[in-house]
Design a protein around this ligand. Structure first.
Ligand SMILES: NC(=O)c1ccc[n+]([C@@H]2O[C@H](COP(=O)([O-])OP(=O)(O)OC[C@H]3O[C@@H](n4cnc5c(N)ncnc54)[C@H](OP(=O)(O)O)[C@@H]3O)[C@@H](O)[C@H]2O)c1
Length: 335
């Protein structure tokens, strides 16, 4: 069936300015790491993307290697764009891709050389059927390639018209500071950083968020629900269709320990008392920090997407609730 986007799609979403740039991004962004690959059901992914756009989500996040198999999420997304988002709708979308992890055999298929990054971007554009992406990221720091070379490749991507903006992912605070300085000197500022950040993984609070604020760079936390642990998904065991149960899923059952489950249950109680689901509270908890531009969620169904969208209905926390959450997150590992 042909797709007609909802006319009210911009009515209830929040749009936050990305760092000190002119770009506004929806408070929730949709990631295509899992659930959109060749192993997944195409029509399910298509329904999720339509529903996300109808709800005002403008930003869709990909990478060269998303699948499995690697590349298939970009191919599927390209097919959905062609079927549903023709004409002027491209101008209403922020589409990101990345390069950094292993994508093809040989010495030019991963890390941070100019050779790899620019070839990978060309491949991504071809798979998605696009002339340009909005944001091109370096996916992970490369310990061996000079930062000047990697940042020069990002700058080149913008100057050649194949990307509008550039971003960094998984860079430490110090690496980000250095990379941002090089990019600024080249005239292609880093506009966004994509780190892992959730209630269960708070490394960014140890310096990265301060650097981003000082440099005017936006922040888009990935795995904000700890891949599904910060939801009701695992409250009563491991469902057969969950990420933890899938052989290609990056969430491993051994990560869902008794200790984690006890924390999840206690957090669930607090969310309940706020009239929220745990996933809604976990998203709101990240958005309370004004340095956070948008939360990069993954979902396996339209129902999960709608649940997460409702987080925007209650973004405030009183001091007592924040203290209780801190107490739970601080619980020492049980023996
Ligand atoms: N830059 C990087 O290095 C990097 C790394 C990882 C991810 N990312 C990006 O970040 C995006 C999000 O990461 P993520 O998928 O790990 O995020 P996440 O939001 O932490 O986890 C998503 C999973 O949580 C479960 N879930 C989501 N909403 C739910 C709800 N309302 N109720 C119950 N379960 C719910 C689903 O699990 P089930 O599938 O079990 O239903 C879903 O697949 C990725 O798609 C990718 O774009 C980037």
């Amino acid at each position: 069936m042909s797709y007609i986007p909802s006319e009210s799609r911009y009515d209830s979403m929040l749009y936050n300015r990305c760092g000190r740039t002119g770009l506004k991004i929806s408070a929730l962004s949709l990631g295509l790491w899992h659930n959109f690959g060749g192993v997944d059901i195409f029509e399910n992914g298509r329904a999720i993307i339509r529903a996300a756009f109808d709800a005002g989500i403008t930003h869709f996040d990909l990478a060269n290697n998303y699948g499995p198999p690697p590349g298939s999420a970009e191919e599927n997304f390209g097919a959905i764009l062609k079927k549903d988002f023709g004409g002027f709708l491209r101008d209403e979308l922020i589409i990101s891709t990345k390069a950094g992890y292993g994508m093809w055999p040989g010495p030019y298929g991963e890390w941070g050389s100019r050779k790899y990054l620019l070839s990978s971007l060309d491949q991504s554009l071809k798979r998605m059927g696009l002339e340009y992406v909005d944001i091109f990221y370096h996916h992970r720091p490369d310990p061996d390639t000079p930062l000047e070379e990697t940042m020069g490749a990002l700058d080149r991507a913008v100057r050649s018209g194949k990307a509008l903006y550039v971003g960094l992912s998984n860079y430490t605070a110090e690496q980000t500071r250095q990379a941002a300085a090089i990019l600024k000197s080249l005239g292609t500022p880093c506009i966004i950083h994509q780190p892992r950040y959730s209630m269960f993984d708070r490394w960014v609070e140890g310096g990265l968020l301060d650097v981003l604020e000082q440099e005017g760079i936006g922040c888009i936390p990935f795995s904000p629900l700890a891949q599904g642990m910060l939801t009701n998904r695992y409250l009563h065991g491991i469902p057969a269709d969950s990420r933890a149960a899938k052989p290609h899923g990056f969430l491993k059952t051994e990560m869902i320990t008794e200790h984690r489950l006890a924390q999840i249950k206690a957090l669930h109680e607090i969310a309940h008392s706020r009239g929220q689901s745990l996933s809604q509270m976990a998203i709101a908890w990240l958005l309370k920090d004004k340095r956070i531009t948008t939360i990069l969620i993954g979902v396996s169904s339209v129902g999960q997407l709608n649940d997460n969208l409702n987080s925007l209905q209650n973004l405030s926390f009183d001091a007592d609730t924040l203290r209780k959450i801190e107490e739970i997150l601080g619980w020492q590992t049980m023996g």
